[in-house]
Ligand binder design. Sequence first.
Ligand SMILES: [Zn+2]
Length: 126
Amino acid sequence: MIQAFHKTDRPSAPPKSAPSPTDTTLGQPLRCAACLAEVTSDQACVDGGGRFTNPAGVTYDVVCFSSAPGCYIQGDPIVDFSWFPGHAWCFALCGACHQHLGWYYQGPSKFFGLIRDRLVSPAADR
Ligand SMILES: [Zn+2]
């Protein structure tokens, strides 16, 4: 006996709703202040962040970015002393010169918190 295999849940066409970043020209690149390698762009900025002080008493102005392709992440995620409750952090370093640029946070959301002073924007110089 041959039974036809009815498969009604066959995969449909791939989702075409993925946002295509065709308008990247609107974003200003943000560069590492130490080596001027491109780290991210102001388009990736998702939050103005804030001012935070670490346990050593050092205060940073931190801006949040959804992505930072110019950074690499170092170390294991650490939950202690997180400035963003529920998020563990790792160091985020410049991919070109290894300068410490900020932190990568992961938890309910994932984002980079980068130190404002360590990024330069060409537009900001004018
Ligand atoms: Zn750099």
